[in-house]
Design a protein around this ligand. Structure first.
Ligand code: SF4
Length: 375
């Protein structure tokens, strides 16, 4: 099982980096964790322009002039957990709903008509309201309409991931929220999510279950961003060693206003977010980097071609909100309100192609075996 060095150790590694270490990292072909620490360090701030150039070069080489487009589809806002930072927390008195299969299918078809070929099914973590049976039935109905259907729901077992992969789910996003155990305990007040180790082991269970893609991330604002960035670098390289056939993505959910009005103890600036994205792109040349509509249009447009490889668009974070825009009960407020057409136009304006499909269903045979190198 993966274990992470203590936050203090990570911070020492970062703060001990010198300009010479940053220059070495910018020249290196294969980067180690010391290189990543240097790129995340205060010493790297003066090299942000060089990092942008290197990140853009790598992104163009590995991904071409493309950005993948997807939309989240919220199917349930019920949650058994009390996470202090989230609008769906069981503590909050919001309008909650779980979509019927028919309602979820209707939402998906609205997105399909708008031009989306990749949808991310999202829910709060309440297995009694929305579980594996629901997801399996929904994906069986939708899989012929979409090139990729991924999920961001409660952690499941390896067998459940395997079952959902066979049904047609292509990938899973599961975020640790924070790699710092102490902070993790402070912000998760009750519910199954309090189990730090079970959550940390979830990306490995996803990969063992045979999913083609695993998305990891942490919530920017809970703890020191650079130490979290180094922690996710350790996690990513461990996962790559164990599951060499699996594709990985990293997301950068920066905390947004939400019901409960939680104030992030370690707010992350755009400049720090940018340094983090560049550092991870340079550290792992093949990892997909996801920049969602949490960020404002101005910032997302500025980052096109510099590292991110996947953008959401036209998002709504309330279940049923595509068919019923008047619905409230959002998980958080988004920063980029543009339609898919407007986002695609901005991408084309920067000389890149928006790609609405990154997956051929013919590769996903029901007899595919889990991709674990080591069980
Ligand atoms: S972050 Fe996830 S688990 Fe926590 S309250 Fe929100 S939906 Fe529930």
């Amino acid at each position: 099982m993966f274990s992470i060095p203590a936050l203090k150790t990570l911070q020492e590694q970062i703060n001990g980096s010198t300009p010479a270490d940053v220059e070495r990292a910018l020249r290196a072909v294969h980067l180690d964790h010391a290189c990543l620490a240097a790129l995340l360090s205060p010493a790297a701030e003066q090299y942000l322009g060089n990092m942008a150039g290197r990140a853009a070069e790598i992104t163009a080489q590995r991904f071409g002039k493309t950005i993948q487009i997807y939309a989240p589809l919220y199917v349930s806002s019920f949650c058994a957990n009390r996470c202090v930072y989230c609008g769906f927390s069981a503590d909050n008195d919001i309008e909650r709903r779980v979509l019927s299969i028919e309602e979820a299918e209707h939402e998906a078809m609205i997105l399909h008509k708008r031009g989306f070929n990749h949808i991310l099914l999202v829910s709060g973590e309440a297995p009694a309201k929305m579980g594996t049976d629901y997801l399996e039935e929904l994906v069986i109905r939708l899989k012929d309409k979409f090139a990729a259907i991924t999920i961001e729901v409660q952690p499941l077992t390896t067998d459940e991931y395997s079952r959902l992969f066979k049904a047609g789910i292509t990938g899973v996003a599961i975020y640790q929220e924070t790699y710092d155990r102490q902070t993790y305990e402070t912000v998760h007040l009750s519910g199954p999510k309090q189990d730090y180790d079970y959550r940390l082991d979830t990306p490995a269970r996803v990969a063992k279950g045979g999913m083609r893609e695993v998305g990891i991330g942490f919530l920017l604002g809970l703890s020191d961003w650079s130490a979290e960035g180094l922690a996710i670098g350790y996690h990513l390289s461990w996962l790559r060693k164990q599951f060499w056939r699996t594709a990985f993505t990293v997301s950068f959910p920066r905390m947004r206003p939400a019901e409960g009005e939680y104030i992030p103890p370690n707010p992350v600036t755009e400049k720090q977010l940018t340094q983090l994205i560049f550092a991870l792109r340079i550290f792992d040349q093949d990892v997909g980097l996801v920049l969602s509509t949490r960020e404002e249009a101005r910032y997302r447009d500025g980052m096109i071609g510099l590292g991110p490889t996947r953008y959401s668009a036209g998002s709504c974070t309330a279940p049923g909100g595509y068919a019923n825009p008047e619905y409230t009960g959002e998980q958080f407020l988004i920063g980029d309100h543009r339609s898919i057409q407007e986002v695609c136009q901005a991408i084309r304006g920067k000389g890149l192609d928006p790609v609405r499909k990154d997956w051929d269903a013919c590769f996903q045979r029901s007899d595919d075996q889990p991709s674990a190198k080591a069980a």
